[in-house]
Design a protein around this ligand. Structure first.
Ligand SMILES: [Zn+2]
Ligand SMILES: [Zn+2]
Length: 376
């Protein structure tokens, strides 16, 4: 079968043939890939030749966002059957630490995990994929055409979950007892700034807006771009960050004494991300999800930064990957997002390719594009 990925010691993206996987264990599920999503991680892997290939192998199949149809199952598989639409989770736990042993490999303590399509394990830019039932999440039949968003949305779900868990320390964020971070109406009376209007920024904005958080999104694209159209369509406000310093961005979001309750960093723009910490509100939370690749040294007033974080009870937290529970949350929220914001997820897909177009997929992309999907 055809696969696209990276070859050891060679730059760029390549195509190669692999044998079709076969079920050998009773808990395995064989899936025919229907669609696979391409994201910033994939582009960065190619751009920076970030190769993390398993020992004894010369290639790695890329891709960690997928939806497919079950082709066959092992004798002990109960949760899915041939014909079902499914998604695969990405990370495979280390098998040693307590989080991994309790289905929370996204919080792995040893770093000895692997990841499909990224870190030592073959991914999903191919025709057939196989894994254990515990990593397979069933997709409701009517969601098949949008389920390629499950993995990216699961990353946003985890970020928002972190915010709600940590900010449960602050039940009186506003005067309404039913707006605590634990309540379904948690988002009311809250203001958020999302940095970056790429797929993750847009999906985080969708979740924030579903919860009725007053949301601002900052990016460096012009007002008339498709990204901004989607941001505004969800009732969020756009900030063109090309002409604003981090201080001015925050000032735009909240005039004193209003609080900027949440900052969701999804741009990977390291300097802006760090500078923004200096302008956080009191008792607020800043979740970072972007992963900058290039070295960047900036000067900061460390004393001011530490003083301010302490005095204002601020939280800066990183959030990476997601576990099965976030995939399940995402599958619940996909129909809610799509019905509330009128086909928005479909509109996010700005490019569709076939596997054989692998060179064009990874050719220099411009900022107009949001989501690239490969139809397998
Ligand atoms: Zn672990
Ligand atoms: Zn309130």
């Amino acid at each position: 079968m055809l696969a696209i990925g990276m070859l050891r010691g060679k730059a760029g993206v390549h195509t190669f043939e692999l044998p079709k996987p076969e079920i050998k264990q009773p808990d395995e599920v064989l899936v025919r890939v229907k669609e696979a999503g391409v994201d910033g991680t994939d582009f960065n892997m190619v751009k920076h030749t970030l190769q993390d290939i398993a020992e004894g192998r010369n290639e790695i199949v890329m891709g960690h966002e997928m939806v497919g149809a079950v082709e066959a199952v092992g004798s002990e598989v109960k949760s899915v059957a041939p014909g079902d639409m499914v998604v695969f989770t990405v990370r495979r736990g280390c098998g040693i630490c307590q989080p991994c042993l309790h289905n929370q490999s996204d919080m792995c303590m040893t770093g000895l995990y692997t990841e499909r399509g990224i870190h030592k394990q073959d991914g999903f830019f191919t025709e057939f994929v196989l894994d254990q039932e515990q990593y397979v999440v069933k997709v409701p039949g009517d969601l098949a055409n949008l389920a390629v968003f499950t993995e990216p949305l699961s990353i946003a779900e985890k970020g928002i979950e972190q915010i709600r868990v940590i900010q449960s320390r602050l039940p009186w964020a506003c005067e309404h007892p039913d707006h605590t971070y634990a309540s379904p109406d948690w988002g009311k009376c809250k203001t958020a700034l999302v940095l970056g209007a790429g797929p993750l920024g847009i999906l985080a904005t969708a979740l924030l807006r579903l919860a009725e958080v007053h949301t601002y999104v900052a990016d460096i694209v012009p007002e008339d771009s498709h990204k901004v159209h989607l941001v505004k369509h969800m009732g969020a406000d756009y900030i063109d960050a090309r002409s604003k310093t981090p201080k001015e961005i925050v000032k735009f979001c909240c005039s004193a004494p209003a609080n900027l309750d949440i900052v969701f960093e999804a741009s990977g723009a390291a300097a802006t991300a760090v500078e923004l910490i200096s302008y956080m509100s009191r008792s607020s939370i800043y979740v970072m999800t972007g992963i900058p690749r290039e070295e960047l040294v900036i000067q900061v007033d460390a004393a001011q930064l530490v003083r301010q974080i302490v005095r204002n009870n601020q939280v800066v937290v990183g959030s990476v990957n997601s576990n099965r529970s976030h995939f399940e949350m995402a599958l619940k929220d996909i129909p809610a997002i799509n019905s509330r914001f009128g086909g928005m997820l479909e509109e996010m897909i700005t490019q569709r390719f076939k596997l054989k177009d692998y060179e064009r997929i990874f050719a220099a992309t411009d900022q107009k594009h949001i989501k690239t999907v490969i139809e397998v």
